[in-house]
Design a protein around this ligand. Structure first.
Ligand code: APR
Length: 322
């Protein structure tokens, strides 16, 4: 069977790491695009040469500035085109600039890769994937946002370190929008199968430590932005999107937290927000509606309201979305 084609729209920090990971995992041939002349071609050439050392079989190519046509026939498109935040900025501050980018990219996907499974990473994530779906005219099952895997990975990392256990045995779950109101779900997060409230009772860490880890997860992206000084996180975001792409391409049917289109689930309509979903060959095959207690529900609703206010802002900027 011919190799899958993976198109990367945006070849900056995350785009370059996506290409490396997709190559190492031999997920398919990779086409890189970017609006800056030379960036996609240069990175693709560098990574094609790395293949000689690492031994991965993947054809890597980069397109020039007229590059959107190069995504033609892609099985998967991963979108990182746009600008990342600088220290002191929130993800929401990127809305105006990145919405225009989504308009261009959406039109390109519509024209050249209408059958692709699209994973959006550009921030502010939930609003951007909502807008990209409209611009690209895709069915809800074929376009998803990457945030929950990353937020959950951050929570997982902190939990494993605090408990002093292997990261392999920690399963954390974070739902809601990719912002400060995200909802780390302690009842649904486990260490070796033990829910976190019971881990506190077992003395793995104190309730105060757990609360501090939840807070740190919520501001996990900002912590890295402040440390880097220029740009935002890229290794973990790329690894997270690759897990989603792999689940689609290999029909793994992983149940992952991701920004999926809600059409009545949790009583919410026409909104993209972080929920648990099953990703397989059919794209988003199922949104899994979890039972939330009163407190979790209140946090989730607050987060959804933040996302919906950003969606309203998108509609004001771009009336075509209304
Ligand atoms: N079409 C194609 N590429 C574009 C476009 C466009 N219209 N506009 C910008 N780009 C390219 C930039 O030239 C740049 O190379 O997108 C790339 C973005 O890369 P970085 O600036 O390195 O940003 P990165 O860290 O990869 O983050 C990308 O993901 O996490 C989010 O907030 C982050 O929105 C940001 C996105």
């Amino acid at each position: 069977m011919a190799r899958a084609k993976i198109a990367l729209i945006g070849s900056g920090q995350i785009g370059g790491t996506l290409a490396l990971l997709a190559g190492l995992k031999e997920l398919g041939d990779i086409v890189m695009t970017d609006i800056i002349e030379g960036v996609a071609k240069g990175k693709a050439l560098d990574l094609a040469q790395a293949a000689a050392v690492e031994g991965y079989d993947a054809r890597l190519s980069g397109a020039g500035t007229d590059g959107y046509a190069a995504i033609a026939g892609a099985d998967v498109c991963i979108v990182t085109a746009g600008v990342p935040r600088k220290p002191g900025m929130s993800r929401d501050d990127l809305l105006g600039i990145n919405l225009k980018v989504m308009e261009q990219v959406g039109a390109a996907i519509k024209q050249h890769a209408p059958n692709a499974f699209v994973i959006c990473i550009t921030n502010p994530l939930d609003a951007m994937v909502w807008a990209l779906r409209k611009f690209a005219g895709l069915p809800a099952s074929k376009i998803v946002g990457m945030a929950g895997v990353l937020d959950s990975a951050r929570f997982t990392c902190f939990l494993a370190e605090a408990a002093g256990v292997s990261i392999e045995d920690v399963r954390a779950l974070t739902l809601g929008g990719h912002g400060d109101d995200m909802v780390p779900l302690v009842r649904y997060s486990t260490i070796g199968g033990v829910p976190l409230p019971d881990c506190v009772k077992l003395g793995f860490f104190s309730q105060e430590q757990l609360d501090a880890m939840i807070k740190r997860t919520r501001s996990g992206g900002g912590e890295i932005v402040a440390l880097l000084g220029t740009g935002s996180a890229f290794y973990a975001p790329a690894a997270s999107a690759i897990a989603m792409a792999e689940s689609y391409l290999r029909d793994k049917k992983r149940m992952l937290p991701c920004a999926a289109h809600l059409d009545g689930e949790y009583g919410i309509k026409d909104t993209y927000v972080g929920v648990s979903a099953i990703i397989g060959a059919g794209g988003i095959e199922k949104v899994v509606e979890l039972a939330l207690d009163e407190n979790e529900k209140a946090m989730f609703e607050k987060s959804v309201a933040s996302v919906q206010s950003l969606i309203e802002a998108c509609k004001k900027i771009s009336p075509a979305l209304a």
